[in-house]
Design a protein around this ligand. Structure first.
Ligand SMILES: [Zn+2]
Length: 492
């Protein structure tokens, strides 16, 4: 079936904050690494008579993220009780923010031409973790996660495909990692996502918008894209085959079965929860002064999008290389450090010019992306990597030797200039030696020489190869080729 529809997607993303303690008590926030039910206290297991105390670091992280998302941070925000009954929620309510969240209205640019608006950012506590054992037909509760601080970020329905939703999530993950507010590890559930999807299309000349499906608890990039793809197609087919979707005007909730690759209906509107929100009586409203906001704004690190633009400008790199290099903080920092090492070399040249530095940075980027990234490269420091690139740029070593050298550096660490000396890897550019060798190779291989003279220019590559072999690879193939070409045309 041909799909001629527009997918309309909005996301609700839960981000676990990496504060030291939990949202409303002093319990450790690293309970996921501890034995079950060991990082708990009467507050986070909801004993009657206990009082929550708001974690100020969680508020600070919420403000920092709101500002980075270009949200407004209102002077007053407040917490509310979201009431529901479930074994993972010992109090019978979750403390969350309802009508006065900490961040309102913002955006993320996922490309220079695509802006995704943010509706709100609010703080809340996580529930405990249920562990179901089918074998014994029982469920166990681990309260370590109970009251872990979360940030929920809600987008406007601005995303138009499952792939775009994936790009947005990657961008958001990168952002919260840059801000150092979350590890945002999806496998560990530190970043989880609910997706709202509906379709728009023309049905016999009438513009149709289908009811929304909310897909709950997606916890990998792959499942987000697959689930959205599946559910969009399912909605369309249900509409086209005249299903119930044409009559209902309310949203349904579905779960994603990753193993089977299908969504499963969880809840109809009739069964939807009424959470009976009301203001949390045990917590006063949160006041954020203008000076706190100004201060937080001033301390924001360089954001991923700013960093990418700067890298393009400063190092003359293209957008796709910059996406890879700025994929995480550590990688971008490594690149900059290596580039500063190259700067020193460029400055030391008498004829340093912009053209040369741009060329050298592109060389660095290309080696970093194509050769360095695949290595177990913990032992290679950015200084040494920068020096390696300088050696290539200076023609001290050729590309083959440089790759060999990089392997050695990955195994043993160390200074590339030193390794070259020790292992005698330096390229021979002494033209006398090359001259003699080229003569010998021409002498030994009359047939390829003849072919070359007859116009089969490719025949020269065989001769270059022979010289390179004699030199154990320690020559610049371009130079060898030039010498050979000159000799062959002289003797022609
Ligand atoms: Zn506690």
């Amino acid at each position: 079936m041909a799909h001629d529809y527009t997918t309309v997607i909005g996301l609700e993303i839960h981000v676990q904050l990496k504060t030291l303690s939990k949202m409303f008590c002093r319990c450790s926030n690293s309970g996921e690494d501890a034995p079950p039910n060991t990082t708990i206290c009467p507050i986070c297991v909801g004993h009657p008579g206990t009082l929550p105390v708001l974690n100020s670091a969680a508020v600070e992280y919420g403000i920092r993220t709101s500002l980075a998302l270009h949200c407004e941070v209102p002077e007053v925000s407040k917490f509310d009780r979201k009431n529901y009954f479930y074994p993972d929620l010992p109090k019978g309510y979750q403390i969350s923010q309802y009508d006065q969240p900490i961040g309102i209205g913002g955006y993320v640019d996922i490309s220079p031409s695509r802006r995704i608006r943010i509706r709100r950012l609010h703080l809340e506590e996580d529930a405990a973790k249920l562990i179901h054992s089918n074998e014994k037909d029982i469920s166990l509760v681990d309260f370590n996660r109970s009251s872990t601080p979360l940030m929920e970020i809600v987008t406007e329905p601005d995303l138009r495909s499952s792939a775009e939703a994936g790009v947005f999530l990657h961008e958001l993950r990168l952002l919260v990692r840059h801000l150092d507010v979350s590890s945002a590890d999806m496998e560990k559930g530190h970043l989880r996502c609910d997706a709202n999807v509906s379709l728009e299309f023309d049905d016999h000349g009438i513009r149709v918008q289908t009811p929304i499906s909310e897909i709950k608890n997606l916890n990998s990039f792959r499942s987000v894209e697959r689930a959205l793809g599946y559910e969009s197609k399912r909605l369309y087919e249900e509409w086209m085959s005249g299903g119930d979707i044409k009559k209902r005007n309310y949203k349904i909730t579905v779960g994603w079965n990753d193993a089977k690759g299908v969504t499963i209906l969880q809840r109809w509107k009739e069964e939807a929860h009424d959470y009976r929100y009301f203001p949390e009586p045990d917590l006063p409203p949160t006041h954020t002064s203008q000076s706190t906001i100004d201060d937080a704004r001033a301390r924001l690190p360089e954001l991923p999008q700013q960093k990418r633009l700067r890298f393009m400008e400063e190092y003359g790199l293209n957008a796709s290389d910059v996406m890879i290099i700025c994929e995480d903080n550590a990688s971008a920092a490594f690149f900059e450090h290596a580039a500063s090492e190259l700067d020193e070399w460029i400055k030391s040249l008498s004829s340093s010019d912009a053209e040369l530095s741009a060329k050298t940075y592109r060389l660095l980027a290309s080696w970093y992306i194509n050769k360095f990234s695949g290595l177990q490269a913990d032992r290679i420091t950015p200084e040494n990597f920068g020096q390696l690139i300088a050696l290539i740029a200076k023609n001290t070593i050729n590309s083959t030797t440089a790759q060999e050298l990089l392997q050695i550096m990955a195994h043993t660490g160390g200074d590339p200039a030193q390794i070259i000396k020790e292992q005698n890897l330096e390229q021979v550019s002494d033209t006398n030696i090359l001259d003699t060798l080229c003569d010998a190779v021409i002498e030994k291989n009359p047939e390829p020489c003849e072919n070359y003279r007859k116009g089969k220019t490719n025949a020269i590559m065989f001769l270059v190869g022979q010289v390179m072999k004699e030199m154990s690879g320690k020559a610049q193939p371009n130079i060898v080729r030039e010498i050979l070409e000159k000799k062959l045309s002289d003797k022609a």
